[in-house]
Design a protein around this ligand. Structure first.
Ligand code: SF4
Length: 338
């Protein structure tokens, strides 16, 4: 058994999140949004964090970035070690310096993340003026280069356009450009393609993957969509009720999941390698985070649940090198997937 998922192979991770917990005080009680989450990301690596809405994947990412609204949120435990420094004990100023220059985030909704009354070129140029001390002219030149890099057609002529003048896909490219401006070592992309249609989704994901490889960055891709991650992620961490319930290299997870929740997710999306088999949805709904079920939080929805699942919280079991599962019956789950 292990307390946190195994490290990425190779050198020391860029980001090492350990046992992170976050709660929210709500009118209905304390919502336990993140409950002991741990993951590691190395340079040049993509970790997908997958889960339904309310699984805690975005809250954990916001805690890593230091952008949670506290209160009502409260980080109740854990460590967020970025390049050897625990960001949870850093001063506000230190965290501000790390954000943007070393760690950047791409949000789902570019329209609300960008300033609607400032032109896109001015917003990009400001990054270079404030953080890199460039003159206005040089900063605008760099902004135009970056817009070309993310393949915005006629980039130089569009510097004066405002966010609402771009299509959804182009706006998301602008968000990617903003995140890339200072060449961070790690980018967290929170549902970066959810608001886009399928063709544009694929283009934006391809662009992200290409830029990640060109810049050698680490990438955390947060998504509820298994289809988005198959081609771009190296590893997947599956979250449920604020916990990572399975963590595995992407191919192994697709081939033979070690947690019934992951199996349920895989069975609910169309896959070319499973032609002819019907799709089935996971029964029930995710739990109320103010009243997470005892034992295994997934037990009310789990087809394999037994008495022990209702009382004993499964630890993260080591399933194979680089693989963990929080299921008492992970062996059975894997056998059943064959
Ligand atoms: Fe299902 Fe039990 Fe495994 Fe939880 S521990 S996923 S309830 S079999």
């Amino acid at each position: 058994m292990t307390a946190t998922p195994p490290p990425a192979a190779g050198e020391a991770p860029l980001l090492d999140v350990r046992d992170l917990s976050v709660e929210f005080r709500t009118r209905d009680g304390v919502a336990h949004a993140v409950n002991g989450v741990g993951y590691r990301v190395a340079a040049g690596e993509t970790l997908a964090v997958l889960g339904e809405s309310g699984s805690g994947k975005s809250v954990a990412a916001q805690a890593v970035m230091g952008i949670l609204d506290c209160p009502p949120a409260r980080v109740t435990g854990g460590r967020v070690i970025f390049k050897g420094r625990d960001l949870l004990t850093a001063t506000r100023e230190e965290r501000r310096r790390v954000r943007g220059a070393h760690l950047a985030m791409i949000f789902q909704d570019a329209l609300s993340a960008l300033n609607p009354v400032v032109s896109v070129g001015a917003q990009l140029a400001e990054m270079y003026q404030v953080h890199a001390g460039l003159s206005r002219k040089r900063a605008r030149g760099r902004a135009a280069e970056l817009m070309e890099r993310v393949r915005i057609p006629a980039a130089g002529e569009r510097l004066g356009d405002y966010p609402h003048q771009f299509s959804g896909g182009m706006r998301q490219r602008v968000m990617i450009a903003m995140a890339l401006a200072l060449e961070p070592e790690l980018i967290i992309a929170d549902e970066p393609t959810t608001a886009l249609d399928v063709t544009v989704q694929a283009q934006v994901m391809d662009l992200l993957a290409e830029l990640q490889s060109a810049y050698g960055m680490g990438l955390i891709l947060i998504t509820h969509d298994l289809g988005v991650v198959a081609d771009v992620a190296d590893r997947i961490a599956v979250m449920y009720a604020g916990r990572i319930v399975e963590h595995a290299p992407v191919r192994e997870l697709y081939k033979n999941p070690a947690h019934p929740y992951t199996r349920g997710l895989l069975d609910s999306v169309p896959r070319l390698d499973r032609k002819g088999r019907g799709l089935s949805a996971i029964k029930g709904t995710p739990p109320d985070l103010t009243a997470i079920p005892p034992g295994c939080a997934f037990h009310p929805r789990c087809p394999l649940a037994r008495a022990v699942c209702r009382t004993d919280r499964p630890p993260l079991y080591d399933v194979a090198p680089g693989r963990t599962s929080a299921c008492h019956f992970w062996r059975e789950t894997m056998d059943g997937a064959r």
